[in-house]
Design a protein around this ligand. Structure first.
Ligand code: SF4
Ligand code: SF4
Length: 344
């Protein structure tokens, strides 16, 4: 992997060049929180943001998406209008890049999803480093640093961004900027290591994930699940904001009086009461406790069995939005019998 550096004062020029690779989107402030959106003006971007409300899955698996149109006799035609749009996501944190790598495994695996994959192909990912807040535990989930899944990744080293070039496309972007990037010096490398060390020691939350699937196995009948179920409102907010929750529902919207219509997919949540309701009226997860349990088990145990690591990346979004303060870190530490959730 190539390592270069970009003078911070040339960032504006860099972004003007990057525009030729797609519409530039980045984090902007909205009502005291942050959202990823198209940048009208570069000055709107807030690279020191904490976390966005919605994660980047909204670009690849939109909350509501028409899949195809159908007509009675004419078969069906896929809805592809927006798929080829080229986008540059600028300012993506390591945990969110990691989350996209997790989604890639799902949508490129056993049942490849052409909608997801086309959008992914047409999107440039430029990462930036970040400072953890009181809800971040990406370090515990091994997602505080990411080695692939981005085209370029910027680490702040003072006057410069030390830049990892992750793909051939990233290299093309560097080439398109002419002599903007410079070679790193030993001093830059030392500064990177100093900052990396400081970041590693700035996390306030910590969990141990080794043998966690086994602990979950042993605690399947723990009282914790019913207790959490008695608090949970089944609002689904935790899964909507989660960068690696990918459940969706598919519905047909028929045009009244005709045989035409559209097939739509919408985000769904395993916390919703009807999620496991099937034809015949059976609901496999009737109680709220069983639904909360399912989400925790899928993240921290089921995904490990199938893909070799938990799907949780420790972004802290579910902790920050839950109206009744159901907290992934606290639950895991309780299951482990650990009293204090914070780092020593
Ligand atoms: S489970 Fe919570 S902390 Fe983990 S990735 Fe999802 S939103 Fe982030
Ligand atoms: S955000 Fe909290 S209350 Fe809402 S479904 Fe998730 S765990 Fe339950």
């Amino acid at each position: 992997m190539k390592v270069l550096k970009l003078p911070k004062q040339k960032l504006d020029f860099f972004v003007s060049v990057v525009q030729q690779f797609g519409e530039v989107h980045g984090p902007v402030e909205q009502d005291g929180k942050y959202v990823f959106k198209a940048l009208g003006r570069w000055s709107d971007v807030r690279l020191n943001y904490i976390r966005t409300i919605l994660p980047l899955k909204k670009y690849f698996l939109p909350p509501r998406e028409p899949l195809f149109r159908y007509t009675g006799q004419g078969g069906y035609a896929p809805c592809v209008e927006e798929l080829e749009k080229r986008i540059v996501l600028f300012g993506v944190h390591a945990c969110d890049v990691f989350a996209l790598n997790v989604l890639d495994r799902v949508f490129s695996g056993k049942y490849p999803d052409p909608y997801y994959q086309t959008r992914r192909r047409n999107t440039v990912i430029i990462g930036t480093d970040c400072t953890p807040d009181e809800h971040c535990f990406c370090r515990s989930m091994r997602a505080d640093f990411v080695g692939d899944g981005f085209d370029l990744f910027f680490h702040d080293i003072g006057e410069y961004y030390q830049t990892l070039v992750g793909t051939a496309l990233g290299d093309d972007i560097v080439l398109a900027t002419g002599p903007l990037f410079e070679q790193v010096t030993q001093e830059d490398v030392d500064e990177y290591k100093r900052r990396s060390f400081r970041k590693r020691h700035s996390y306030r939350l910590d969990i141990e994930i080794r043998d966690l699937p086994e602990i979950f196995e042993m605690e399947y009948h723990s009282d914790i699940w019913e207790e959490l179920g008695s608090r949970c409102l089944s609002c689904g907010s935790c899964s909507m904001v989660c960068p690696t929750c990918y459940c969706y529902d598919v519905v047909d919207e028929a045009e009244p009086g005709s045989a035409k219509g559209r097939r739509i997919r919408n985000w769904d949540s395993c916390l919703f009461a009807m999620h496991a309701l099937v034809a015949g009226g059976e609901n496999f997860r009737k109680s709220r406790g069983s639904r909360v349990k399912f989400r925790f088990y899928h993240k921290q145990r089921g995904f490990v069995a199938e893909y070799g690591r938990p799907s949780c990346v420790g972004c802290g979004r579910c902790i920050s939005v839950c109206p009744v303060k159901i907290d992934m870190v606290e639950v895991i530490n309780r299951l482990r019998g650990v009293r204090h959730a914070s780092c020593g």
